[in-house]
Design a protein around this ligand. Structure first.
Ligand code: RIB
Length: 300
């Protein structure tokens, strides 16, 4: 039977501005194209997992508004189970203001709205989704109290927890030993371990810190350099595919959704990371978050 993936996290509407350069404080930059996309780290990861072949439950909270309704429509189109996408009567759907420069780099401000009101009680309501899943994927764009609750519950139910610690925030030390896989980028790694990742040696040093805290497997994503993997018995570095970058938004989310699918399919680490690298390479060659997520057939 196919293993199910539960993604718990944020759903945003992204207001995206393409500009030649990022504005400095006090500066107004006349930009180019403006586009609205479906986004949010949790939602992007759920969409990536579904498009890449996973059976996905998404547990989230949106506003009872147009943005929220559009987001849910999109999830359903991607065959994501939305039974536990809660609608908040008091707070609006999360919104992200994203500026993308000529190099495809981005700068993001998020107004979390309803995302911050996804509470532990909601997780209890959605517990059947977690029970049916073998993998639980969570990020840090919802309240940390809820993240902690998700990790503890999932671990006690013997699920494999993947934590994508983005946006970078410290988590309680007691949670590390309940994490099957942590997937920070370089900045998040530095915040969580104090190690600046500049090469394979420093990546290994940072990974050792996660392993010593009890995490089972570590993938440090290195942007255009690829991804570094380490656990107690294996260590590898998998190069990224070279592509013309249009927009790096959601590259990490696509990587995480893809890794969850690869693990659900029983792929070995190298194969799983190659798959995730290929998916995020397609993602960065397109504009937008969910709009850039590839389908499984595009990788075959
Ligand atoms: O990781 C990219 C996402 O971060 C965007 O879609 C935006 O909504 C922010 O949450």
């Amino acid at each position: 039977m196919k293993e199910i993936i539960a993604v718990v996290g944020s759903s945003n509407t992204d207001l995206v501005f393409q500009t030649p350069k990022f504005p400095q404080p006090g500066e107004t930059v006349l930009g180019g194209k403006f586009v609205t996309f479906a986004g949010g780290k949790g939602a992007n990861q759920a969409v990536a997992a579904a498009r890449l072949g996973g059976d996905v439950y998404f547990i989230a909270r949106v506003g009872d508004d147009g943005f929220g309704n559009e987001a849910i429509k999109g999830f359903l189109k991607d065959t994501i189970n939305t039974e536990f996408v809660f609608k908040d009567k008091d707070f609006p759907t999360g919104v992200a203001s994203i500026v993308v420069n000529e190099k495809g780099q981005n700068s993001i401000v998020v107004a979390p709205g309803a995302n911050n009101h996804l509470i532990p009680e909601n997780i209890d309501t959605a517990i059947s989704a977690i029970e049916k899943s073998s993998i639980v994927l969570v990020q840090l764009e919802i309240s940390l109290e809820t993240v902690k609750y998700v990790i503890n519950k999932s671990f006690s139910l013997k699920k494999r927890v993947i934590l994508n610690p983005a946006p970078a925030q410290k988590i309680e030390e007691s949670l590390y030993s309940k994490i099957f896989l942590i997937t920070p980028n370089e900045t998040e790694t530095e915040l969580l371990t104090g190690v600046e990742v500049t090469d394979e040696i420093s990546a290994s040093k940072a990974a050792d810190i996660f392993l010593s805290k009890g995490v089972e497997n570590v993938i440090i994503t290195l942007g255009e350099k690829g991804a570094y993997f380490k656990n107690k018995t294996e260590e590898l570095i998998v190069a990224a595919k070279k592509v013309a970058v249009i927009d790096t938004t959601a590259a990490g989310d696509i990587f995480n959704g893809a890794i969850a699918v690869a693990l659900a399919e029983g792929k070995k680490w190298k194969e799983a990371i190659l798959f995730a690298n290929s998916a995020s390479a397609i993602g960065v060659s397109r504009l937008g978050a969910q709009a850039s997520v590839p389908y499984k057939c595009e990788l075959e």
